[in-house]
Design a protein around this ligand. Structure first.
Ligand SMILES: NC(=O)c1ccc[n+]([C@@H]2O[C@H](COP(=O)([O-])OP(=O)(O)OC[C@H]3O[C@@H](n4cnc5c(N)ncnc54)[C@H](OP(=O)(O)O)[C@@H]3O)[C@@H](O)[C@H]2O)c1
Length: 278
C-alpha cells in the first residue's frame, strides 16, 4: 500500500494519458551480478521506472532482477530504446529487447539517437507506429532529438513524440530543447543527471545541501524535478541508490533553482547528436 501511494504521488502525466514516475533508475555500464543487484536494490528503494536500452547489453540482467523482485508487471515502468544499427529492422529489435527483458510489453520505446540520415530516422519511427497499435509498447518517444527533428515527425506522422530523453545536468541544460518540449507537451527525461558526481565539490551546492540535510547529488536531482523533468541517476552502490531517490521530502527555493540554472557552461559531456550515428 505504501509503495502504491508513493507511485501515485511522484508522477508526471504524459500527453498520451499515461503517467511516468518523476525519477528513474539508469542502467548504463553495469553487468552480471552487479547489474542484477543494482536493479534489485533500486526496486527495493522505491524506483519504479527502469531505464533500459539494447545497447547497454544488460537487458537479460534487468529482466532477471525484475523477475526476482516479483510483483505485478504493471507496477514497473519499463523503458527501452531502439539502437541506430537496428533502424532498418525495428520490429526484430523490439522483439529481442522484450525477450531479453522477459516481458510482453514495454511502457516506453524510444528511438535512441536521431542520427544524421533523416530517411533512416523517419523509417524507424514509421515502423514503430503499428507496433504501438499492437500493444508491444504504450508510449513512443525519442532521445537526443532536436526541435526541428521533432517538428518533422509532426509534419510527416501527425504527432509529436511523447517523450524526449536528453543530456541534462547543471553545466549542460539544453533549455532551448526543454522549452520547446514543454510548449508541445513532450516530457523531458534527463540523462547523466548528476554528471557522474561532477558537482560534489561545489561550495554553494554544499551550502544548499547542508541547509536541507541532503547531499549535493540529492540537491541536483531535486533541481531536475523542480523543472518538471525526470532524472535517471545510475549507481551500482546500494547506499547511493537509496540516497538518489530520497528527494521527495524537500523542495528548492526559486533563488536556489536560479543559482543552479546559472551553472550552465554549454559544455556537453556525452556524445554529440549532430554527428553521432551509433
Ligand atoms: N539516451 C541516451 O543517449 C543516454 C545517454 C547516456 C545515459 N543514459 C541513461 O542515463 C543514465 C544516467 O546517466 P549516467 O549513468 O551516464 O550518469 P549519472 O547518473 O549522472 O552518474 C552515474 C555515475 O555517478 C556515480 N554516482 C551515482 N550516484 C552517486 C552519488 N549519490 N554520489 C556520488 N556518485 C554517484 C555512479 O557511480 P556508482 O555506481 O559507484 O555509485 C556512476 O558512476 C544511464 O545509466 C542511462 O540509463 C541515456
Amino acid at each position: 500500500m505504501e509503495k502504491t501511494e508513493k507511485i501515485e504521488k511522484n508522477v508526471w502525466k504524459l500527453q498520451d494519458g499515461y503517467e511516468i514516475p518523476q525519477i528513474g533508475f539508469g542502467n548504463y555500464n553495469s553487468f552480471g551480478e552487479e547489474e542484477i543487484n543494482a536493479v534489485h536494490w533500486a526496486l527495493e528503494a522505491g524506483y519504479r521506472y527502469i531505464d533500459s536500452a539494447s545497447c547497454y547489453k544488460n537487458e537479460v540482467e534487468v529482466g532477471e532482477a525484475i523477475r526476482q523482485f516479483g510483483g505485478p508487471r504493471e507496477e514497473i515502468f519499463l523503458l527501452s530504446k531502439l539502437w541506430p544499427t537496428d533502424y532498418e529492422h525495428a520490429e526484430a529489435a523490439l522483439m529481442k529487447t522484450m525477450k531479453e527483458l522477459g516481458v510482453d510489453y514495454l511502457d516506453v520505446y524510444l528511438i535512441h539517437w536521431p542520427g544524421t540520415d533523416e530517411t533512416k530516422r523517419l523509417h524507424a519511427y514509421e515502423q514503430l507506429l503499428p507496433l504501438r497499435e499492437k500493444g508491444y509498447f504504450r508510449t513512443l518517444g525519442v532521445s537526443n532529438f532536436q526541435p526541428d527533428q521533432m517538428e518533422r515527425l509532426k509534419e510527416v506522422f501527425g504527432e509529436y513524440p511523447v517523450i524526449n530523453q536528453m543530456e541534462c545536468h547543471p553545466s549542460f541544460q539544453q533549455r532551448e530543447i526543454s522549452d520547446y518540449c514543454k510548449a508541445h507537451e513532450i516530457q523531458v527525461i534527463d540523462y547523466r543527471p548528476i554528471n557522474r558526481g561532477a558537482y560534489a565539490q561545489d561550495v554553494k551546492l554544499q551550502e544548499i545541501a547542508a541547509k536541507y540535510g541532503k547531499s549535493v547529488q540529492q540537491v541536483v536531482l531535486r533541481w531536475h524535478i523542480e523543472h518538471g523533468q525526470v532524472p535517471i541517476p545510475k549507481s551500482a552502490n546500494q547506499g547511493r541508490i537509496r540516497e538518489n531517490i530520497n528527494i521527495f521530502d524537500f523542495s528548492l527555493t526559486e533563488e536556489e533553482i536560479h543559482f543552479i540554472d546559472s551553472m550552465e557552461t554549454g559544455q556537453r559531456a556525452g556524445s554529440d547528436p549532430f554527428s553521432y550515428n551509433g
